[in-house]
Design a protein around this ligand. Structure first.
Ligand code: HEM
Length: 398
């Protein structure tokens, strides 16, 4: 949809582009009316005070409320509903199971008449999160509905930044309510999923206006969008990197693969910023935060601090700081840190590694000289279509 004549997706992509511009040039003025935080120490202090700096994801809550967007006591109760699933997920799914899941989805993509890497990785991540939740079947996640949902949330997020006419807001709300109803009907039609939803509803009887469908929707979006985007960035970086032994014999270079992936998460972090609002006026490191002030914490900015990273804007596949583990932990925060750290961080890191092991087993890539760019929806992903650069090792081409 267009807001003031500009496509809402372009508005969000421009915001992330501005975060990169600011990271490259501290004098660049970030155009949005929010306080931008890009210092590692300030970000850490904010993350350690989740009661003062609460989540600010109204755009997401136009679809549903869940642990991702909740704050305070409500968040604690919601997090308790799903945290045990995530804690046990890496035990339930060992690395060989994860490699198999990703290999299977890549193979299925090759056999279909539509090979779309983003969709393949979303489907693989979906199978992983479904299994983590103990479900026998993959959660219904029809791609056309998922794409519509992402687009609708992009509209909402863009409106939160630049405003929208009352008609536009109303139209978008009605559209989102219809999307939610579709997910609800699909999910209730799956017996095992219906049983899980009903169990969550019972466990959550103390949470006001609880919807198990809404809670899980947020969890599934959190689990699938960022993981698939991270894998796309890893492959995009491969196409710019020239040949490395790790790309040919990944299973013999797993440590190097992890270092390569850390560098991908540093430079092309799938979640480039997070949003908070300050509930109580406070000061951190000389920065003042007023009551009810909206704040954007630029993960891109934190990851580009030259105090901690040599040549921070350069992508180095074997970055010394990662090899030596010499960086301070609060300077590398793709999953943030503190109490609101990503609930699936351990699983996500394993998925990136195993997804790449499955990919490298089957594919090599051709060099890409197209100009680099990103698209931002619910996560940042490369704008270049990667499919033309892939070579199926078995067949020669995709
Ligand atoms: C590369 C992949 C991933 C990245 C970069 C990532 C990053 C993040 C970040 C930055 C946050 C914090 C958002 C904020 O504070 O505003 C977050 C939260 C969250 N993530 Fe992830 N994530 C990834 C994968 C996953 C996976 C695989 C799952 C589940 C299986 C997951 C589940 C969640 C949940 C539930 C939250 C909300 C945590 C809370 O209750 O506060 N994420 N993630």
């Amino acid at each position: 949809m267009k807001i003031n004549g500009v496509d809402s997706g372009q508005i969000l992509t421009a915001v992330v582009g501005d975060l990169y511009r600011k990271a490259a040039n501290p004098d660049f003025t970030f155009p949005l009316q929010v306080k931008l935080v890009d210092q590692a120490e300030v970000a850490k202090a904010i993350f350690m005070q989740p009661e003062v700096f609460v989540k600010n994801y109204g755009f997401m809550e136009s679809l549903c409320v869940g642990r991702f967007s909740a704050s305070g006591e409500d968040w604690k109760q919601r997090a308790a509903l799903t945290q045990s699933f995530y804690t046990q997920s890496t035990v339930l799914l060992d690395e060989s199971a994860l490699v198999q899941i990703y290999a299977h989805h890549l193979q299925a993509g090759l056999q279909s008449d539509r090979f779309d890497l983003f969709e393949i990785f979303i489907n693989a991540a979906l199978e992983v999160v479904s299994k983590s939740l103990g479900l026998p079947n993959t959660i219904p996640w029809p791609m056309d509905l998922v794409n519509k949902t992402r687009d609708a949330l992009i509209d909402q997020q863009a409106m939160a930044w630049v405003g929208g006419t009352p008609e536009f807001i109303e139209q978008s709300r009605r559209h989102i309510a219809a999307i939610f109803a579709k997910f609800e009907a699909l999910w209730q039609a799956d017996p095992a999923l219906r049983a899980l939803l009903s169990r969550l509803d019972t466990q959550a009887s103390g949470i006001k206006n609880f919807s198990a469908v809404g809670e899980l929707l947020q969890n599934v979006f959190a689990a699938t969008e960022s993981t698939s985007s991270g894998l796309l960035w890893a492959i995009e970086c491969m196409t710019r990197q020239g040949d490395l032994p790790l790309f040919r014999h990944a299973e013999q270079h797993v440590e190097e693969l992890v270092i390569f992936l850390d560098e991908v998460l540093r430079v092309f972090t799938p979640v480039p910023y997070v949003s908070r609002v300050c509930r109580q006026a406070t000061q951190i490191n000389g920065m003042t935060f007023a009551e009810n002030e909206p704040i954007v914490i630029s993960i891109v900015g934190v990851h580009s601090d030259s105090q901690y990273w040599h040549d921070p804007l350069l992508f180095k596949p074997r970055r010394q700081e990662f090899i030596e583990a010499s960086y301070p932990r609060h300077a590398f925060i793709p999953f943030i840190n503190g109490p609101r750290v990503c609930a699936g961080m351990k699983l996500a890191r394993q998925e990136l590694k195993c997804g790449m092991l499955a990919f490298l087993e089957r594919f090599s890539v051709k060099p890409c000289n197209e100009s680099r760019g990103l698209e931002y929806g619910l996560a940042s992903r490369p704008s270049v279509k990667l499919e033309p650069y892939l070579i199926d090792r078995k067949a020669g081409v995709v």
